[in-house]
Design a protein around this ligand. Structure first.
Ligand code: PMP
Length: 338
């Protein structure tokens, strides 16, 4: 019998996929953790669940309370769905720059969505600060009625990846893993998986694949928070060091342009049938770079964080891609009748 009693128990335990093109190109086994197969469609279901279970355990999230979170969308979707199944209302604050598909999905999932203009973190109008302040206002009206997830700086996020994602990867590779690479939004995945893998096998290389426009790769390589350029990827990159990212054991870091990552996401769909989002393209680019750095014969694991359908109007839109200076593959052009 392997019946899942509820949504929470269906989070995680995702398959590890062999990525054929990247493996053949590098002579390594390049493997992708299929996180888009989570119930809410992304790796952030794990974060949502880890934060919620921790808060329930500590008595911070009481029955019937309101979950408040600031998110680029995916964590909110996870919280709304887990909230629905565990009896919580969810209010999500997100920047208005995120994909229409994620906003629609959040609303369908039952979240109350409040879009706020994009602002830097040091600005009090940044979506995370507004979410925190809103949560405090609910608790002032009725103590204990709301809980702020705080995914960026609540290290229950990293700890959950350490206890689940990393353990699955270790078991699925039979410990035969040589490198792990992914991008960082909160940093929970990279720091949690990185720490757990290193504790089991110190020779495992941990790498950050950072989209252009993020300051993290520059910070790791030169010790300075400096961002250049931009990216169409969503949910990844940062201008600051979050509590979750803080202690990530990173050996190598690269800044990856869209011109490198988006064609890999396109190719993965066209040649292997996996429809993944922009952050997965950045991760795959990082996996290929790490495989090349380690040389043939190694096993590299990365993350396929969410599905490309979540970014249909950007990632698979020839006009949008052209406007951003990203190559449009012939098959995509043809499928739009061009
Ligand atoms: N990919 C996508 C699509 C995401 O939404 C996120 C998180 N916002 C990440 C990757 C990064 O994961 P983490 O927050 O664990 O660094």
């Amino acid at each position: 019998m392997s019946i899942k009693p509820d949504l929470s128990s269906a989070v995680g335990h995702t398959p590890l996929l062999r990525l054929r093109h990247a493996s053949e190109l590098t002579g390594c086994e390049v493997l992708g953790k299929a996180e888009f197969l989570n119930p809410g469609g992304s790796i952030k279901d794990r974060t949502a669940l880890g934060l919620i279970l921790d808060a329930e355990h500590k008595g911070l999230l009481r029955p019937g309370a309101t979950i408040v979170e600031g998110t680029a969308g995916n964590t909110g979707i996870g919280m709304a769905l887990i909230g629905a199944s565990r009896g919580y209302r969810t209010v999500i604050f997100m920047p208005d720059t995120q994909s229409r598909e994620k906003i629609d999905t959040l609303r369908v999932a039952g979240a109350e969505v409040r879009l706020v203009p994009a602002a830097p973190f040091k600005d009090p109008r940044h979506y995370v600060h507004i979410a925190r302040a809103y949560c405090e206002s609910l608790n002032e009206q009725a103590a204990g009625s709301a809980w702020f997830g705080n995914q960026f700086d609540n290290t229950a996020n990293r700890d959950w990846h350490q206890a689940t994602t990393a353990v699955e990867i270790w078991e699925q590779t039979g410990g035969g893993i040589d490198g792990f690479v992914c991008s960082a939004g909160t940093g929970g995945t990279l720091a949690g998986v990185g720490a757990a893998l290193k504790s089991r096998k110190s020779a495992v290389k941990i790498a950050l694949s950072d989209p252009t426009g993020s300051a993290l790769a520059h910070y790791i390589n030169r010790g300075e928070l400096l961002a250049e350029g931009n990216s169409i990827s969503e949910g990844i990159g940062s201008s600051r060091i979050t509590a979750n990212f803080q202690d990530a054991p990173i050996d190598l870091a690269w800044s990856i342009p869209d011109q490198e990552s988006v064609p890999l996401a396109h190719q993965l769909l066209r040649d292997e049938g996996w429809c993944v989002g922009g952050s997965s393209g950045v991760n795959l680019a990082g996996a290929i770079r790490l495989a090349k750095a380690l040389g043939p014969g190694h096993t590299i694991v990365t993350v396929l964080a969410d599905a490309g359908t979540r970014y249909q109007a950007k990632l698979f839109n020839p006009a949008f891609l052209r406007e951003k200076g990203i190559p449009v593959p012939g098959w995509l052009q043809q499928s739009f009748g061009g």
